[in-house]
Structures are given as structure tokens and as C-alpha cells.
Design a protein. Structure first.
Length: 258
């Protein structure tokens, strides 16, 4: 465990087992508190988690009909019906299959006329919902969480951000592989918005995440590695597969499964 904080690191043999275990845990938390407020992430990593969660719903082993959701980020210039939007990604991978009613879904509107007001509206909506109970995060290979990219300074609140070329490249798949079609800006929850969640689960799998995961867990807390700020939170768990956990020291692992 990190000397600064309370990072729990759970390591599963592979990404499938990790996603299945996390889906079951979320289903249990939702059974206990049906109108739980979930913070959600896009990206390739959580697709398997959303699939497992939807599977539990279809088998009658989870009920997400009362859950309220807030996603981390959205592209500027796209409204939620655009096929490349994160709102549509979530509709495809979770909201549709898991039967989450539209009125329980909160999303940043990248096509809002006034983007600053939109960021303020989102912060207020999170507060009105009583705050985020469980925030699911992914991690970029450069250590970003949401669109909080490594920098000299990080933004605390929900804000507008220019996307790095590497980030636009990794999102090209949502735009038929056409990198030029990826919007140049996004709206993102800020670091304080994320850290105000009551509990946080970061899911990272695969060998491309070895270095950022090791730095986030056992490196210094620095704006150059935004995920390292999670060390300062009281209730964070990193759910990893063996591939992503390769450089996490045994002394940092709370649990290894399988
Ligand atoms: P990935 O993205 O799951 O596609 O690796 C993670 C992220 O950038 O947050």
C-alpha cells in the first residue's frame, strides 16, 4: 500500500476474470443501494466490464434501472446522437443492453452553446445527485484519467480541454479510423471532480499499461502522472490483470487472485 494513501491493488489472472469480478461487485453494490450514483468511463478497457454487467442484467442477476450515471467526458462539437460521441458509445455498450433509462443518464453536452455554462451545469448536477458513489476509471498510457492529461497544472473542475495528438489517434476508431475527424477538444471532469467520488475503481489491463500503472501506484504524486493523485484518496482500488500489474511491487499488492 502506498505510504501516502489507501490504494488497494487487486490483481486478476486476465482481463476477462477482472471484468467479471468487478461486474459482480458493482451488481452487489447496486443491489444494496439501487439508486447508486455511478461515474463511468469510455475506452476499450471497460467494454468487457459493461458487457459482463449487461449479461448479469439479462440473466436477472443485476438491476440497473434505478442507477444514476455521470460519464467523465465528451467531445466538443458533438451532440449525444452523433455516432462518434461517447454518449453513443455508452448507449451501445451499456445503457442500451443494461436497460438504464435515459432520464437517469447524465452526460456532458459537447454541442452546448456555452461550454463554460455546460461545465458548471454538470458540476451542479453531480452535487444535486448527492455526489458520485462509485467512479469507474480507465488510465491512458500517459497516465491521464478522464481527459486530465499530464501537464504542469491540472484543472480541478469540469473544463474544456485541447486533446493531444496521441489521444486523438487512439480515438480514431470511433470515427471510422479517420484521425482528422476526431474533434480537437473535449469537456472533462476535473481532478477534484473525480477525487470527490466516495469510492474509485480504476480498471487497467494489458501490457501497454505496465509503466503508467506502476508509476501511478508507487511513483510520486505529480501532475505529470495524473493518476498518481489517486494515492491521495481514501478509497481507491486498482483492478488489474497480471499483464498490467507486471511492474507493481509485491508489497503494493493487496490481493492477487487465481
Ligand atoms: P483504453 O483508454 O481503455 O482505450 O486504453 C483508457 C483511457 O484513455 O482512459
Amino acid at each position: 500500500m502506498s505510504p501516502q494513501g489507501h490504494l488497494h491493488v487487486t490483481v486478476f489472472p486476465n482481463d476477462r476474470v477482472a471484468a467479471r469480478a468487478l461486474a459482480r461487485r458493482l451488481a452487489d453494490a447496486i443491489a444494496e443501494q439501487p439508486s447508486l450514483v455511478l461515474g463511468l468511463a469510455t475506452g476499450r478497457t471497460p467494454i468487457r466490464l459493461y458487457h459482463e454487467l449487461s449479461h448479469l442484467v439479462s440473466r436477472g442477476q443485476a438491476d440497473l434501472s434505478q442507477v444514476r450515471t455521470f460519464n467523465l467526458d465528451e467531445f466538443v462539437g458533438l451532440d449525444g446522437s452523433h455516432p462518434g460521441s461517447y454518449r453513443q458509445f455508452m448507449q451501445t455498450h451499456l445503457f442500451g443492453p443494461a436497460g438504464i433509462p435515459a432520464e437517469h443518464i447524465h452526460f456532458l453536452n459537447g454541442a452546448a452553446a456555452n461550454l463554460e455554462e455546460e461545465c458548471d451545469r454538470y458540476e451542479a448536477a453531480i452535487a444535486d445527485a448527492g455526489g458520485i458513489d462509485i467512479q469507474i476509471l480507465g488510465i491512458g498510457t500517459n497516465g491521464h484519467i478522464g481527459f486530465n492529461e499530464p501537464a504542469r497544472e491540472l484543472c480541478a473542475r469540469t473544463h474544456r480541454v485541447a486533446l493531444k495528438a496521441s489521444t486523438r489517434h487512439s480515438n480514431a476508431g470511433l470515427f471510422g479510423g479517420d484521425e482528422a475527424a476526431v474533434p480537437k477538444e473535449a469537456l472533462s471532469m476535473g481532478m477534484a471532480t473525480i477525487l470527490r467520488a466516495k469510492s474509485i475503481v480504476l480498471l487497467a489491463t494489458g501490457k501497454s499499461k505496465v509503466s503508467c500503472v506502476a508509476q501511478a501506484v508507487q511513483g510520486p504524486v505529480t501532475t505529470r502522472m495524473p493518476a498518481s493523485f489517486l494515492q491521495l484518496h481514501r478509497d481507491v482500488e486498482l483492478v488489474l490483470d497480471e499483464a498490467a500489474a507486471k511492474d507493481v511491487r509485491d508489497s503494493e499488492r493487496s490481493q492477487s487472485i487465481g
